[in-house]
Design a binder for this molecule. Structure first.
Ligand code: GTP
Ligand code: MG
Length: 195
């Protein structure tokens, strides 16, 4: 896939701001701070496109990136961030769930987990929903550059166990620093948007 054209098409704080459903969409979900926005930046080769932060809770809207006028990548707020008010949390959850449940253009949902940590109960719940809804169940294990090579298999196995994944081919270790596995994910995205 050659990326010729990227546009931040819409920053949506509520449903009425979603773009029309004329293109297939791929969404990235996961805990706050797991690296969703960083993934989008590194995948698109644009360092500062999506705003990122070392402090969880950076993305608070649904951001639609229009690629080659052919498909959209969708950056969502994170879940599970303890340090926000109940009201704020409920607002983000509503945004995320409304999008995931009601968006017909949604073709695939990628779950992002931090390769260093065991997925949480919320990750499991999200993953179960992804599978039950009929999406493939791709997992991107982020921050791959932060673990020792000798530890990789142990961490991948831990993720597979917690999320009850049998097929290791569904998990992509990824680093937004080194872009490890970007090529493989590009192929996957190609398959999805051309299907
Ligand atoms: P929210 O918008 O708050 O839900 O977070 P997010 O999932 O979008 O995370 P974000 O991309 O903002 O990244 C959070 C922090 O992790 C930032 O400090 C990033 O620089 C860092 N980070 C993300 N991915 C990687 C990675 O692959 N390797 C390393 N070393 N750091 C990463
Ligand atoms: Mg973000």
């Amino acid at each position: 896939m050659k990326i010729k054209n990227i546009e931040l098409e819409q920053v949506a704080g509520f449903r009425e701001q979603w773009p029309s459903e004329d293109l297939p969409e791929l969404a990235f979900v996961g805990r706050s701070n797991v690296g969703k926005s960083s993934f989008i930046n590194s995948f698109l080769g644009r360092k500062k496109l999506a705003k990122t932060s070392s402090v969880p809770g950076k993305t608070r809207t649904i951001n639609f990136y229009r690629i080659n006028d052919k498909f959209r990548l969708v950056d969502l707020p994170g879940y599970g961030y303890a340090k926000v008010s109940k009201k704020e949390k409920a607002k983000w959850d509503k945004l995320i769930n409304e999008y995931l449940h009601q968006r017909e253009a949604l073709r695939e949902v990628f779950l992002l987990v931090d390769i260093r940590h065991e997925p949480t109960a919320l990750d499991k719940q999200m993953y179960d929903w992804i599978r039950e809804t009929g999406f493939t169940g791709f997992v991107i294990a982020t921050k791959f550059d932060k673990i020792k090579k000798s530890q990789i298999q142990k961490h991948i196995k831990q993720i597979m166990k917690k999320l009850e994944i049998d097929d290791e081919g569904l998990i992509f270790a990824y680093s937004s620093e080194t872009k490890h596995n970007k090529d493989v994910l590009e192929e996957q995205v190609d398959v999805i948007v051309n299907y």
